[in-house]
Design a protein around this ligand. Structure first.
Ligand code: HEC
Length: 137
């Protein structure tokens, strides 16, 4: 085995677990818990039919918090976005488990408010991976 190949193999083995953990299909199934308030819609293309109480979650991964179009966000989440909060697997998972608590901590403001209640989901990173996958399509 050449050194180059061995190094490549090692890189693959060590990089794999971070990706192997997420399950896009399970994430799509889990989105059932979100659809009463959230849809996933790219222009007129409805990817997951849902309600309008919350913002459209199309293109959420990587997006600045509180910055989706056509939605009136609460003040705290907009403020967090202005302070640099963007959605990655980690911030997303922490936020949906406890939106208010997350914003209180992020803004260091005990009066921070969230328009969304705590969501009980087992693997929020699966939902995040699902949201990433629909954009990649
Ligand atoms: C009962 C309605 C409701 C349900 C159910 C709900 N949400 Fe929300 N969600 C909202 C509302 C309203 C907001 C806007 C929060 C604000 O402005 O403070 C929001 C905001 C969000 C945001 C921030 C979006 C942005 O553009 O910054 C994410 C992420 C999110 N929800 C994910 C989820 C996920 C994932 C689920 C399912 C596990 C879910 N929500 C279930 C109502 C809901």
């Amino acid at each position: 085995m050449s050194f180059k190949y061995a190094a490549l193999l090692a890189a693959t083995v060590f990089a794999a677990p971070a990706f192997a953990e997420v399950d896009i299909e399970a994430g799509e199934k889990a989105f059932k818990k979100c659809k009463s308030c959230h849809m996933i819609k790219n222009g007129d293309d409805v990817i997951y039919k849902g309600g309008k109480t919350g913002p459209n979650l199309y293109g959420l991964p990587g997006r600045v918090a509180g910055a989706g179009e056509d939605f009136k966000y609460g003040q705290s989440i907009v403020e967090a976005g202005e302070k640099g909060l963007t959605w990655d697997a980690e911030t997303f998972s922490a936020y949906i488990a406890d939106p208010k608590g997350f914003l209180v901590e992020y803004l260091d403001d005990s009066k921070a408010k969230a328009k969304m209640a705590k969501q009980r989901v087992k693997n929020p990173e699966d939902i995040f991976a699902y949201l990433e996958s629909v954009v990649a399509e």
